[in-house]
Structures are given as C-alpha cells and as structure tokens.
Design a protein around this ligand. Structure first.
Ligand SMILES: [Zn+2]
Length: 317
C-alpha cells in the first residue's frame, strides 16, 4: 500500500461468511486503505482462514497490533466457540493462532461488537454514554455500550438480541427454539412476512418482482415494490417495522439506552423502514409518555462497520 505508515495506522479485518474485508484507518479515523478476499470454505478451511487473514494484514501494512472481527460466540480471550456461518469452526483459538503467525498482538471479538465500536467511536453514536446497536441482516446481531464502555458480558457473549423469544409458538429458529425476534425482524423475517401476506394471490406487485413465484419472495422484492408506492408492499413494511419496534421496546425496558443504531444489510432500505419503526416504537414502549424515548438512527458505516470496529479493538481497555 502507498499510504503513510506509523503508530497512528490501525488495521482491522472482518471475517464474514462469504468474504474477509480489511481496512486501515488513519490517525483521524478515516479509511485510508481497503482490501478483501473470499472467505475459504469447506474441509481444511480453518488453516486457510488464518492464511487469508494474515495475507490481508500484510497487504494493509499492519503495525504492532491487529483487530479481527468474526461471526459467532467469541470468548474474551479471542477463542471462537461456535460460528454457524464458518465451516467446521468450534473452539478455535483465532487470536492465538494469528498472534503466532504474525508475531503481533491480535485482538479478536464478535463482528457485531466490532460494528458497535465503529458506530460508537466513529459513527452516529459518537459522544453517547449508552447505546444499543442492532444489525438487521440475514439474522439479527447486536452490541451494547453502557456507562461509556462496550459491554461483553461475563463470557463475552452479550448482545445476542436476535434470539430473544417474542412468540414461543412462532416459526422454528436455527438456535433450536421457536419465535426468536430474528425470525420476524431480520431480512429473512421480512421475506417470511411477505410470503405469508402473498398467499391467496395477494401482494401481486411484490410477487411480480420475485419473477411470479410467491415462494421466491425476498426482502429486496418487498423493497422494490414499496419504492414504487405499492400499498400492499408498504403494509408488509409497516408490519415488519412493528416487529423491529417490539424488540427495541423490550431492549429499552431491559437497558434504558440513550439511542439505538440499526445496521446490517437492511440499512440500505433505511428510508423505507425508519418511519414505521419509530412510529411503532412510540406505541409499544412501556410508559412512553413518562420517559424520554431513545433515538433510533441507521448506522453510518454500512458494510465496513465490522472492519472499522475491528481496527479500533486493540486500543480498547
Ligand atoms: Zn433463535
């Protein structure tokens, strides 16, 4: 890379299910370099995963320390206990393996926790003392800032908000239970709500965007029809907004945060979702008239949030 190197340069890598993305941040927190590689899949991919991360770190001219974000349950020592989206990963010492390989200090944390750090320190949550980040993607991830510090929980597993049960009789979740929040309020939840609404020849415009097959409807088809002003699509988005708001209301009762930051893939449709979410949030919040309502904003960093936050990890206490 061509940019200035030095102690101010911070490098972070976000390992996702399909790609590993790395950034270098300059002293002022701007992204000065970016690199990405496909995430290795299949048998023997753990060793290749270490190779890929090491290669990215070197391409980004890593300094004394490296931050890495990974999807799944990460212990406070950087051991990945389980990662449903990475092949064959269980009890894998990511931090130890990489530190040995690179000869540098390596700090590993959950990808949503990294995104939380990015939005809190360099994004829409700058300056707040208490913030909850919720990533609305295929599932729901999350992270928490309280009393001016990122919270990990005793084991490092805090922030799995997607598996709060909101209907014990609801659809089955990959975690083994039924009716988890992420079955309704994620990208796949939006698609499920749309497929349910599309039965009986309803939701014609949305189904048209899905090539005429109601079972093929995904979140982006609902978005496309909603952008054309289709009232049925807008009604699905309103229903989706209510499910998102229900979880935010539950989290407010538990945590009383100053603000919510919504990130993940659905942030690309923020203009469609924000109004229904905020309106339902005001209705569903316990004692809304007696309390300040937490702000709700969409994230600044989009798909780079994990890598940017990973770059900030080594400086965290
Ligand atoms: Zn679940």
């Amino acid at each position: 890379m061509t940019d200035a190197t030095g102690p101010a340069r911070r490098v972070g890598i976000d390992v996702g299910g399909t790609k590993a993305q790395g950034v270098a941040l300059g002293a002022d927190g701007t992204v000065i370099a970016k690199e990405q590689r496909p995430t290795p899949r299949g048998d023997g991919s753990l060793g290749q995963l270490i190779d890929t991360v090491a290669e990215l770190a070197e391409a980004l001219d890593v300094g004394d320390s490296l931050g890495v974000g990974v999807p799944g349950l990460v212990t406070r020592r950087g051991v990945l206990r389980a990662a449903p989206n990475l092949d064959g990963v269980a009890d894998f010492d990511v931090a130890g393996e990489l530190a040995e390989r690179l000869g540098r200090r390596v700090v590993v944390d959950n990808d949503a926790t990294c995104a939380t750090l990015a939005e809190w320190q360099l994004g829409v949550g700058r300056g707040v003392q208490s913030m909850v980040l919720v990533t609305l993607g295929t599932g729901i991830g999350g992270g928490l800032v309280a009393n001016g510090a990122v919270q990990h929980g005793v084991n490092g597993f805090a922030g799995e908000f997607g598996h709060m049960v909101v209907d014990p009789h609801g659809p089955r979740c990959p975690c083994g239970r039924r009716g988890c929040w992420e079955r309704y309020a994620s990208g796949s939840g939006l698609a499920m709500l749309a497929r349910e609404a599309a039965t009986g020849r309803r939701l014609h415009n949305v189904v048209r965007h899905a090539g005429g097959d109601a079972q093929a409807v995904r979140g982006e088809h609902v978005q496309a029809a909603a952008r054309e002003g289709d009232p049925e699509a807008l009604s699905v988005i309103d229903d989706f907004g209510r499910w998102v708001a229900l979880g935010l209301a539950n989290l407010t009762n538990a945590l009383d945060p100053e603000m919510f930051v919504l990130g993940g893939g659905l942030a690309a449709g923020a203009d469609l979702y924000l109004d229904p979410i905020v309106r339902w949030f005001g209705e569903l919040l316990y004692q809304a008239e007696l309390r300040p309502v937490p702000r709700v904003e969409f994230a600044r960093w989009g798909p780079l949030a994990g890598a940017v936050g990973a770059a900030l990890l080594p400086a965290e206490p």
